[in-house]
Design a protein around this ligand. Structure first.
Ligand SMILES: Cc1cc2nc3c(=O)[nH]c(=O)nc-3n(C[C@H](O)[C@H](O)[C@H](O)COP(=O)(O)OP(=O)(O)OC[C@H]3O[C@@H](n4cnc5c(N)ncnc54)[C@H](O)[C@@H]3O)c2cc1C
Length: 424
């Protein structure tokens, strides 16, 4: 095997955005390398243990439509928006293979070489071997903006004053053993006696197949981009989870036990890479649907800004009118060939709390992958030279509805009255 590789497009991160980007670019005939540090595709929605789509599910492009249709064939969608994560891993893999994507698992980024505002090469570490990959275009779909960070791109993180990010959660699936279980809590862990004392949300959702999705831990005040802080968060989350499961076994689920937990703690928010445009709270709270001439995806989900400090508090939820995500928010400022898609794009913290949802990440991925593909096809060294109207035409032909007025806000009605002060 060669240690120095060359591709047209390198995509870092095989989560939802990365998979969609890779498929969009590869099916146009380009040589695409998809670099993923785990052993499966899908990111937060598979290995991360989040089996739920939270957004309107139409007009997001033919890649998302295909994912939905394939999951349906497996009978792996429940109540329209929950899915079997193990099947989703396979669905993404088969789609990527069919498109001709070269998938590299167990590979983590370790560096990026930049010349004259262009990323030329990234360094990877896989199976204890260093690898170098050159490409014409690079897409950061790592969720935490690792590639852009390594390339030296500017980024923002967390609350502008405190730096606090939305909390992290280790999710879990419970299954019914069919007989009473013995709830056990190791010494040193405090039992939860009342719902008010739960560390996170009281969110346990029966999936309709005998399993229950538990999204009830809440680790605040940790930094998902700091190695020791992230490790502490994992440790704290697992302690919380033992307390949560012990509580559930003594209350609603006396015959249930843990089947699995996320392979890594769920990170709602990491670095937000600064792009040519920063999508803001003011944009998304516009009462008329916010549109841009270079809109390449549409987000529909509410502001879902969990309290940054308080346990168990849902925080600030507010309906937004569907809004466009401009291509400029997917292009790293000061770079010619570096794009982002998914939760690490260029936006402020409040806007991110809405566009971070998985279906929206899929649409962004398709848009960024298509933009990079067109740049390669036109032979341009700066993605800004791609004809935006052509990109929008291609995306529309590929099933994306780019007019925010033709989308529906999700959910249509938000139960909690908007309370911005609940965000802190
Ligand atoms: C607890 C929790 C609950 C949520 N609930 C919902 C919900 O109900 N509905 C909803 O729609 N959304 C929900 N979200 C949000 C949503 O899951 C994510 O924001 C979205 O899936 C992110 O997609 P992405 O492609 O941007 O990133 P990810 O899915 O995080 O993918 C990033 C990928 O990059 C890989 N990677 C990272 N760094 C490197 C590196 N250095 N080298 C190589 N690979 C790397 C990772 O392994 C991962 O596979 C939730 C999130 C969390 C954490």
């Amino acid at each position: 095997m060669k240690d120095n590789l060359e591709f047209d497009i390198l995509i870092a991160g095989g989560g939802t955005a990365g998979c969609a980007a890779a498929i969009a670019a590869a099916r146009r005939g380009h040589r695409v390398l998809l670099v993923e540090e785990s052993n499966a595709l899908g990111g937060a929605s598979t290995t991360g243990g989040v089996p739920e789509w939270f957004a309107s599910l139409t007009g997001l492009g033919d890649i998302f439509d295909r994912v939905k249709a394939d999951l349906e064939r497996f009978g792996a969608i429940f109540f329209g928006r929950f899915f079997n994560q193990e099947i989703l891993k396979a669905v993404w893999q088969l789609m990527a293979e069919e498109a001709g994507v070269q998938i590299l698992f167990h590979a983590s980024l370790s560096g990026a070489r930049v010349e004259d505002g262009s990323v030329r090469e990234v360094s990877l570490l896989s199976c204890s071997r260093p690898l170098k990959v050159e490409a014409k275009y690079f897409l950061d779909c790592t969720g935490e903006g690792d590639l852009a960070f390594l390339a030296g791109a500017e980024f923002h993180q967390g609350h502008p004053e405190t730096g606090r990010t939305l909390h992290m959660t280790l999710t879990c699936i419970l299954y019914d053993t069919g007989q009473p279980v013995i709830p056990y809590l190791p010494p040193g862990l405090e039992p939860v006696e009342r719902p008010e004392d739960l560390p996170g949300l009281n969110a346990r959702i029966p999936l309709g197949d005998g399993r229950v999705y538990v999204n009830m831990t809440k680790v605040v005040g940790h930094d998902p981009t700091d190695p020791f802080s992230l490790s502490d968060a994992e440790l704290e989350a697992r302690r919380q989870l033992l307390r949560v499961v012990h509580y559930l076994q003594r209350t609603q689920y006396p015959t249930y036990t843990m089947a699995s937990t996320g392979a890594s703690i769920g990170i709602r928010e990491g670095r937000r890479i600064v792009g040519d445009y920063i999508l803001t709270e003011a944009d998304i709270l516009d009462r008329t649907p916010c549109d841009f001439p270079d809109g390449v995806a549409v987000a529909t989900a509410q502001i879902d800004f969990h309290s940054l400090t308080r346990p168990g508090h849902v925080g600030w939820r507010q309906r937004v009118e569907p809004y466009a995500i401009p291509l400029r928010s997917l292009i790293a400022r000061d770079f010619r060939n570096l794009l982002m898609a998914g939760k690490c794009i260029s936006g402020d913290q409040v806007a991110q709390s809405s566009y971070r949802m998985t279906p929206t990440c899929c649409a962004m991925g398709q848009a960024a992958g298509t933009a990079a593909a067109l740049a390669v096809e036109r032979g341009v060294e700066d993605v800004r030279m791609v004809d935006v109207s052509e990109l929008r035409r291609v995306l529309t032909a590929d099933g994306m509805e780019l007019d925010p007025r033709r989308h529906e806000a999700f959910p249509p009605v938000v139960e909690d009255p908007p309370d911005r002060s609940a965000a802190v």
